[in-house]
Ligand binder design. Structure first.
Ligand SMILES: Nc1ncnc2c1ncn2[C@@H]1O[C@H](COP(=O)(O)OP(=O)(O)OP(=O)(O)O)[C@@H](O)[C@H]1O
Length: 846
């Protein structure tokens, strides 16, 4: 048992500070480490006993027979290769153990097993009682590390565990099983969180085992032709280690370890899946396909949007892929020939994945005390855990003397300023009816708000100054109290307001996270004030899932977005903070906006949009869901506030309701310099409210019509279906049979070309272009190259028909052929006519 493990208390109101921490030798990035594990050859798996198709060369290299030429092999190099004889212990020691110490430093780490079904992922991650896998070993190691740290006093540790599965695109809690699909949220610091997920405190390995073993039995498994006990879901175990300093300033480091056993990609011609198994398989393959798209877009370096949100799995792995974690991917492969293409694809995927670079950083949480509480806490002495005592007159003096360069920041007036500011803003924001406030009181209140804000800004700049001083002072110490003198967090570099806010919370008066919630009330209010200040001047971000362009400001202002979220009773701390008007619409292509009823005057309202999209609104701070209420629309032209008045309108909650712009208005397409950015670049400061609009319109295959285009393969193309494979020891070639029995799997590097090409996955297209081809082909019919131009004409007709039938993808492709043939006809026809004229002229001459 760990003596110093304390009950786990998670407070959404705690302020998190993230500090970029160099990884290794002054590197601020960490590549995803990829290990490959080859399962032993199982005779019963290979009906024809063809022998292995893949073998290891050394501890980092392996080779697989080249399907194009049986006399060749394709070689791969990885961070580690674990051969058939490698034990569970060896896999753990070489690939997983090295990343675990990062968790205690407040960084995130993740280990995930990837590979085709039956290749040994569950064996690697879970293992068995006699051969425990990565999960039990890693948890045991975390406890060992904590125990070792136990010796160096001054820190308390709490370890919590959560366990979930993603089954059929539903996030299900395995510790408290129910059929409720839990939402995945992202807080303002880009932490992925799952409100409602059980977090159980564990103080020893046996306690972990007590929860983990029965929870694992809750995971959905079933028998398929390829695996007797095949995982039908992705299982994610989260181990959260919170390290809290016992003495002031009570620094708190939170590290998370994700241990993920992915479900295997499945070729359903071989698994024999039908009915529910087929549906599960579809969900598994689709999520793995999205994972491959995420990896592709991270590698491409130019992708504006990484499609993390396209599946629950990638949303959850956002931290681990191109995110903030130290990640290890164990790719499991099987040696039998019947797995050849699965293995080949898995190796290609693994090769791509090792190019991904993460940016780990320390997640440090500091709770800011109200002055009164802080003083009491400070007075409580070194333990910092004693209950607060009576306030003494000399407290303030003690605090200032107490080597606190920021002490001045806590002038007695400061909390009251904050309180007043919050109260006023809350009053303004909560006021649903404009008439409730007389014009006079509104003007007075605004004036007062402005004054208070100025005061607050003054305090902030003071705090910044003092924190800088504190940073300089502490940099001389071996372990600085706050690591803000390190490079700033990558994601926050561009956000001046956030930087300010970070600085503002670096105060000497802090409490441990275990204090009662009420005592953090002022902390929360303070954070609210800073954010509110931004929100009033900035429109709240509305991102439309799978679309990535930004409308012009005029369009934004002209658009009737009236969002009123009611959180009263659900989450009191957020009450009054989520009413907002005005939005940034994010969309992928200009044409997609026209194609969707987003900007037609009658569909601009979010309530109406909900007919077309799944709209999620949640608090960006805590991830809590909020409800949408219909807003009363104002009469166009009558109640319209002028655009210049928008700020006022926002603060007084009057809805903007003006006619929407004509459809011809072109949105401004944004471009992002950051390849991994999922946020629109225009949203310089993000409000607290996050609104996600997921497209409801899916085709029969459940694929979003706006899936991204194909991404170019990094290592090599996957094999084509109709191809022969030679088997070296049989010295003969089996034309087509094997290849044709194995189609592209979900993680094929060319998925959108091959597998999904027939599905209308593209965003809505510009129809006018397709009509042009018809005109062109008609023109080409006059050229004397009739077979070609007639075919072009036929294609253009087919394209038009496809368009009318709603098959936009097909329409474009047919249109392209029509265009090409028509152009060839025109050019060819012109040449022929010129040749004839020249010939005629020569003949006439002679
Ligand atoms: N390294 C190994 N040594 C011995 N047996 C193994 C090894 N790897 C896998 N196996 C065995 O192979 C079989 C399939 O493994 P496992 O269930 O772990 O596959 P999987 O990749 O998790 O499949 P699925 O994705 O369908 O869940 C199991 O019987 C397992 O015991």
């Amino acid at each position: 048992m760990l003596s110093n493990v304390r009950p786990f208390v998670w407070r959404s109101s705690d302020m998190a500070q993230r500090v970029a921490v160099p990884d290794g030798a002054n590197k601020k990035t960490s590549r995803v480490r990829v290990a490959v594990r080859l399962r032993p050859y199982m005779d019963n798996q290979d009906e024809k006993d063809l022998g292995p198709c893949v073998r290891g060369l050394d501890s980092q290299n392996l080779e697989i027979i080249n399907w194009r030429n049986a006399t060749e092999t394709v070689k791969y190099h990885f961070d580690a290769f674990h051969g058939e004889q490698t034990t569970q212990q060896e896999v753990f020691l070489s690939s997983v153990k090295p990343i675990l110490p990062h968790i205690l430093k407040g960084q995130n780490a993740s280990v995930f097993a990837y590979g085709p079904t039956g290749a040994g992922k569950t064996h690697t991650m879970m293992g068995s009682s006699d051969q425990p896998g990565v999960i039990p070993r890693a948890v045991g190691e975390v406890f060992k590390l904590v125990k070792a740290k136990d010796e160096d006093e001054g820190w308390d540790y709490s370890i919590g565990m959560s366990y979930l599965e993603i089954y059929n695109e539903k996030v299900l809690d395995l510790l408290s099983p129910s059929s409720q699909d839990l939402p995945i949220r992202e807080d303002k610091d880009k932490n992925i969180l799952i409100p409602g997920l059980t977090l159980t405190t564990i103080s020893s390995f046996s306690e972990f085992d007590k929860h983990f073993v029965p929870a694992s039995l809750n995971r959905t498994t079933a028998s398929t032709k390829l695996n007797q006990r095949s995982s039908r879901s992705h299982a994610v175990l989260l181990i959260k280690v919170v390290r809290t300093q016992r003495v002031l300033p009570h620094r708190q480091l939170t590290g998370k370890l994700y241990l993920i056993d992915l479900a295997g990609s499945e070729d359903n011609r071989r698994t024999g899946n039908q009915g529910i198994r087929l549906k599960e398989s579809g969900a598994i393959n689709l999520s793995l396909f999205t994972l491959s798209k995420v990896v592709d877009s991270l590698n491409s370096g130019t992708a504006v949007r990484v499609p993390y949100r396209d599946s629950k799995l990638t949303r959850l792995l956002q931290d681990s892929l191109g995110g903030s974690a130290h990640s290890v991917m164990i790719t499991n492969i099987a040696p039998e020939y019947k797995y050849y293409f699965d293995t080949f694809n898995a190796l290609n995927f693994a090769s791509k994945s090792k190019l991904i670079v993460n940016k780990p950083f320390t997640c440090e949480t500091v709770a800011v005390l109200p002055v009164k509480r802080a003083k009491e806490d400070h007075k409580a002495g070194v333990s910092g855990t004693e209950p607060p005592k009576k306030r003494h007159k000399g407290d303030r003096k003690t605090e200032q003397d107490g080597s606190s360069p920021c002490a001045d920041f806590h002038s007695p007036s400061e909390p009251s300023v904050m309180d007043r500011l919050v109260a006023l803003e809350k009053l303004m924001m909560n006021c649903q009816d404009k008439d409730k406030l007389s014009m006079l009181s509104v003007a007075q209140s605004r004036k007062e708000i402005q004054e208070l804000k100025e005061k607050h800004r003054e305090f902030e700049s003071k705090a910044m100054l003092f924190s800088r001083l504190a940073g300089e002072k502490s940099s001389a110490k071996p372990e600085p109290a706050f690591s803000n003198n390190n490079a700033p967090l990558q994601r926050k570099q561009s956000n001046a307001t956030n930087a300010k806010k970070q600085q503002a919370v670096v105060q000497p008066l802090q409490v441990s996270q275990f204090q009662p919630l009420q005592q953090l009330a002022v902390v929360k209010k303070q954070s609210v004030c800073v954010k509110k200040e931004r929100k009033i001047s900035d429109p709240v971000e509305v991102s439309i899932q799978a679309l990535t362009a930004v409308l012009s400001l005029t369009q934004l202002q002209n658009c009737k977005h009236q969002i009123q979220a009611d959180v009263a009773g659900k989450h009191p701390e957020c009450h009054g903070k989520v009413n907002t008007t005005g939005a940034t619409i994010v969309s992928k292509e200009p044409s997609s906006i026209h194609a969707m009823p987003l900007y037609s005057p009658c569909h601009c309202d979010l309530m109406e949009l909900s007919c077309y999209f799944n709209i999620e609104i949640y608090c960006g701070t805590c991830g809590m869901d909020v409800n949408i209420m219909p807003a009363p629309a104002l009469q166009p032209g009558k109640d319209q506030p002028s655009l210049l008045d928008q700020e006022d309108t926002l603060s007084s909650q009057a809805p903007i309701s003006v006619p929407c712009p004509p459809l011809g208005d072109e949105p401004v397409i944004h471009s992002s310099s950051s390849p991994v950015s999922t946020q629109p670049p225009r949203s310089k400061s993000k409000g607290e409210l996050v609104i996600v609009i997921n497209e409801k319109l899916k085709n029969s295959n459940g694929i979003h019509p706006t899936s991204t285009e194909s991404t170019s393969p990094v290592i090599c193309s996957p094999p084509r279906r109709q191809h022969s494979i030679s088997y070296p020891h049989h010295n003969k070639s089996r034309k087509g049979s094997r290849a044709s029995s194995i189609g592209y799997t979900a993680f094929s590097p060319r998925p959108s070309i091959s597998r999904h090409s027939s599905i209308a996955t593209n965003p809505p297209l510009d129809r006018t272009k397709i009509k042009d081809y018809l005109f062109l082909s008609v023109l080409a019919c006059f050229c004397p190259v009739w077979p070609i131009n007639i075919v072009g004409f036929v294609y253009s007709i087919m394209s038009k028909n496809s368009l009318e039938q709603g098959n936009l993808d097909g329409a474009v492709r047919l249109g392209r052929v029509a265009k090409m043939l028509s152009l060839v006809s025109l050019v060819g026809g012109t040449i022929i006519i010129i040749a004839c004229i020249v010939n005629l002229a020569i003949n006439v001459k002679t």
